[in-house]
Design a protein around this ligand. Structure first.
Ligand SMILES: *Cc1c(COP(=O)(O)O)cnc(C)c1O
Length: 377
């Protein structure tokens, strides 16, 4: 039994008591379960969780406890993880690029839903998995704005190609469906409407009645600019599907970021402040802050000294570096930090549950990320 394991009241409670010198990822299971219930209660279809956003066992267990029964997995290791934790969970393998041995692995693990965006990938699946009871979703792409980066640049078939793929899927005997992903942190619900309209046009042109429409992840998480109205997104999606399809397909969504982001904060610590006022943190772009250079999202953050209390309300814009000796290890934007910030202070970033845990590296001897459970953030 691990007798040191403990649930703390809050991040400040832990930081003051333990004064950790490594980054800490604070997890509030209650916040995660509340968000899962928001998706389950508000989305008119099957809610699956995109495991890559945060594969921690505590996250998966709490989602299962909240009633999430289906997961989007993208690799044999993610399949293995879920099969160990929840052998009967429904798994969708929606990474459209897979090696033959990955397809064989998924087939043996009883995965019955796959996405594709090309003929060669379709033929690989066809050579390994018999069609009966197996769904193949054709992933479509559109030039969509609204997301902080464009997933269509890597995956997805153009509408013309998707029409051909959908016909092939159907005539081979698989269950035909359509999927898309509008891009992560997509703050514009019209992006979904455009995709849904296009999906209906593809199905109509192919003369295929699709069983399901998977509207992807991409839902926005809370940022410093505000909390997204997810229910509005759900309504826009629902109405667009009713309007676009003569026969309504069942809906699936696969949120990653929006499901998990706000149930974690991420505490970093000031290692040093140089003579120019530049701040060196104990974490940076090779660790928990790896998204900062690639996603232009405003993050909220707070600063407090290890003895507790507050630093000054007067702020100065400071350049912030990560701990490694690599010159790329710098945050792209300056942070507004208290003028009296000092060595050993903590800088806590909010809404950091997504794409931190899986992507932290041990480059240059850093990356000792600890996860601590708290009652509230
Ligand atoms: C990454 C991914 C998701 C989750 O995306 P978020 O933007 O984190 O919601 C969903 N589906 C697929 C296929 C993905 O690759």
């Amino acid at each position: 039994m691990n007798i040191t394991s403990k649930i703390w009241n809050s991040p400040s409670d832990y930081l003051q008591s333990r004064t950790p010198d490594h980054p800490v990822h604070f997890f509030a299971p209650s916040a995660l379960q509340a968000q899962a219930k928001r998706f389950l209660g508000g989305f008119n279809g099957l809610v699956t969780y995109a495991v890559k956003a945060n594969p921690e066992q505590a996250v998966l267990s709490n989602l299962l406890a909240a009633g999430v029964t289906a997961f989007d997995v993208a690799s044999p290791n993610e399949i293995r993880l879920l099969r160990e934790l929840a052998p009967h969970a429904v798994l969708h393998y929606n990474n459209p690029v897979r090696s033959k041995s990955e397809i064989e692995f998924a087939h043996k693990a009883d995965v019955k839903s796959y996405s594709i965006d090309g003929f060669r990938e379709f033929e690989k699946i066809e050579g390994i998995i018999p069609p009966k009871g197996v769904e193949i979703s054709v992933r479509i792409k559109l030039p969509v704005s609204g997301a902080v980066y464009d997933f269509g640049a890597k995956f997805g078939a153009t509408p013309e190609k998707a029409i051909e793929l959908l016909r092939r899927v159907k005539s081979a005997g698989y269950i035909p469906s359509i999927t898309f992903h509008p891009g992560t942190q997509c703050e514009d619900p019209q992006a979904w409407e455009a995709y849904i309209t296009e999906a209906a046009a593809v199905a109509r042109a192919a003369d295929v009645t699709i069983k399901r429409l998977n509207v992807g992840g991409g839902f926005p998480a809370k940022t410093a600019n505000g909390t997204p109205d997810l229910e509005h997104f759900f309504n826009v999606i629902d109405e667009a599907v009713t309007k676009a399809f003569p026969i309504r397909p069942a809906l699936v969504c696969e949120p990653g970021r929006a499901m998990v982001a706000q149930s974690f904060t991420h505490a970093t610590r000031v290692k040093s402040i140089n003579d120019n006022g530049d701040v060196y943190l104990n974490d940076g772009i090779y660790g928990g802050l790896s998204e900062f250079p690639v996603l232009d999202v405003q993050r909220s953050y707070t600063v407090f000294p290890p003895i507790g209390g507050q630093r000054s309300d007067t702020k100065t814009m400071a350049q912030v570096f990560g701990p490694t000796c690599d010159s790329l290890d710098v945050l792209p934007n300056k942070l507004a930090l208290p003028t009296d910030i000092a060595d050993d202070d903590y800088v806590i970033f909010q809404n950091m549950g997504a794409y931190v845990k899986g992507v932290t590296t041990d480059f240059n001897g850093y990356g000792q990320l600890e996860t601590v459970t708290v009652l509230s953030l």
